[in-house]
Design a protein around this ligand. Sequence first.
Ligand code: GLV
Length: 324
Amino acid sequence: MSKVVITNRIPESAVAALRAVHDIDYYDAEETISREELLRRAAGADVLVTLLTEKVDDELLDAAGEQLKIVANVAVGYNNIDVPACDARGIVATNTPKVLTETTADTAFGLMLMATRRFGEGERVIRSGTPWQWGMFYMLGMGLQGKTLGIVGMGQIGQAMARRAVAFGMDIVYTDEFELDAATAEALHARKVDMDELLSTSDVVSLHCPLMDSTKHLINAESLKKMKKTAYVVNSARGPVIDEAALVDALKNGDIAGAGLDVFENEPAVHPGLLECDNAVLLPHLGSATVETRTAMAELAAQNVLDLLSGQPALTPVTQKTSL
Ligand code: GLV
């Protein structure tokens, strides 16, 4: 039996699958485990099943010890894991791609609709009891039909976002290190461009890249200035891909029209300036938050562990690329 440390509450089916064959040390709570507790529990672990709220770095790997074989992250994003440090020690790091693709694209698309059609703002009017009246020019937003969506990171989630946008009559431009095959590009009405062209031609810019050194503050004061004044930015990837202070300035100065954010630079903190911006839609990191998807993510993480411990390759080892 191997020692499997699960660092937070995850869906029961995944815990049961692991418990059936291994010795489980389960931090069965919804609040994030303290660093102290994490370091203490990790000692002697063969497996760490982690969430995106746990930083997996040299300190934690040292605390676990040389027998540690796998870090199974229950998230597609892996910026909480020092992957080179795991590689250097022969520890396999895994994430949960594909199972959350459609759900996360739903969230990004919902943010785009909410921001461009001012649905959050409208809801606040009703809930606050603010007087209102139907009017020809009351709370007009931007329609999506015929507009251009710029997708930064055309991986699984970017492509799922593009499929939704095509159904709404949008054209797609994208950036990534790879190019879509001709049939997919045609089906998605998608054209590969460089970042400057994407910024200057898009009516909505949606981020679907992982957080890496090269994508930190990819959207900053300079890039926001390159966007159309009528454009929106949507972030369902990771908060630090946007320089939040620069975004607040751009939203307040009218450099762009609005933003839809599911993630923040210093979660769970939100830049106070964003709270003052009626043109920002703000969600508490709900990208993959459905019962079905969270269950599938946890079960995939458990399967990665079970496969690796039985001598097979893990199903979804982290592969570092420029899209999710
Ligand atoms: C959620 O943010 C994830 O990376 O799965």
